[in-house]
Design a binder for this molecule. Structure first.
Ligand code: FAD
Length: 264
């Protein structure tokens, strides 16, 4: 293998998209498991929506405490909220599925019992409206790894599910997912060769994902490691992999939520 061949292996791509703020309508709501509410969004403003990577995210804007949707305007200095009104709270969510022909965007919300996003999703109903900004970029991971290990808690399930949906036949993936209980398992479709391991918390707060990661048998060939969990856990798993010599560029570990609100 020449130096040029080595250079051309595992090249990720970063795509930038123009940021568009949209007001979207709730078309359908479905409780797919006890802790996951699937909300299908649509409406005229979805036109032109683009999401190129399975772990893209959109900023969703929810009604404020007065029940109003107060969205920012994109000004020369970035998004600006109108003065004198409480801005809509915003949170990051994964475009689980986008159907351009039908004009539909599916978002899966974890119902964890607190916070404007989870509480909104719990009561969501057709006819309501929310705001959506982005995605402003996509990180398209190289498709030439020998294996992809996808590790996450339930907030990562939308990205993992979409990644598996989009993986072509012949790719290899190992999936480690932590969920609240057995009823939160989902049927995950894929054409790829996928080995999925579910870990149920059943009310306990253990380190099941960490133990599963540490106990994985040696992987043959080059492996890409994708991790999305509570942020201190994601950081811990990244460090563990780095300490074992995994190149930084072969790991993407993201904190999807924070248990400690003071954490940076
Ligand atoms: C790139 C990206 C993509 C994401 N995609 C999704 C997605 O598709 N679906 C999804 O459900 N989430 C997703 N998340 C996670 C989601 O943004 C957070 O869970 C967010 O904090 C939820 O906001 P909230 O208003 O419900 O709660 P917050 O107001 O943020 O928090 C309220 C309280 O709930 C706790 N909390 C927040 N999230 C959780 C949780 N998941 N489990 C337990 N306690 C929690 C907080 O510690 C806090 O105490 C994603 C995050 C990122 C960064």
């Amino acid at each position: 293998m020449t130096a040029a061949d080595v250079m051309e292996r595992h090249v990720h791509q970063r795509l930038r998209h123009d940021v568009v703020l949209r007001r979207l309508d709730v078309l359908r709501v479905e409780r797919i498991t006890p802790h996951m509410q699937r909300v299908t969004l649509g409406g005229a403003e979805l036109r032109g929506f683009r999401s190129a990577a399975p772990d893209d995210h959109v900023k969703l804007f929810f009604p404020n405490r007065d029940g109003e949707l107060v969205l920012p305007r994109l000004g020369p200095n970035g998004p600006e909220f109108p003065a004198g009104r409480e801005p809509s709270p915003m949170r990051d969510y994964t475009p689980r599925h986008h159907d351009t022909a039908r004009g539909e965007l599916v978002v899966d919300f974890v119902l964890h019992g607190d916070g404007p996003a989870s509480c909104w999703a719990e009561q969501a109903a057709p006819g309501q409206c929310i705001g959506a900004g982005g995605p402003r970029g996509s990180h398209v991971i190289a498709s030439d790894f020998d294996r992809y290990v996808l590790i996450g808690d339930e907030t990562a399930l939308p990205a993992i599910g979409r990644w598996l949906d989009e993986m072509p036949a012949g790719m290899n993936a190992t999936v480690l997912v932590e969920i609240p209980g057995a009823a939160d398992r989902q049927v995950l479709f894929s054409r790829a060769n996928v080995e999925t391991h579910w870990f149920e918390r059943d009310g306990t707060q253990g380190e099941t994902l960490e133990h599963a990661l540490h106990g994985l048998p040696a992987i043959e060939g080059d492996c890409f490691w994708w991790i999305a969990t509570e942020s201190s856990r994601a950081r811990g798993m990244r460090q563990w992999l780095e300490q074992r010599g995994v190149p930084k560029d072969w790991i993407k570990a993201t904190g999807y939520w924070k248990a400690d609100p003071n954490e940076d």
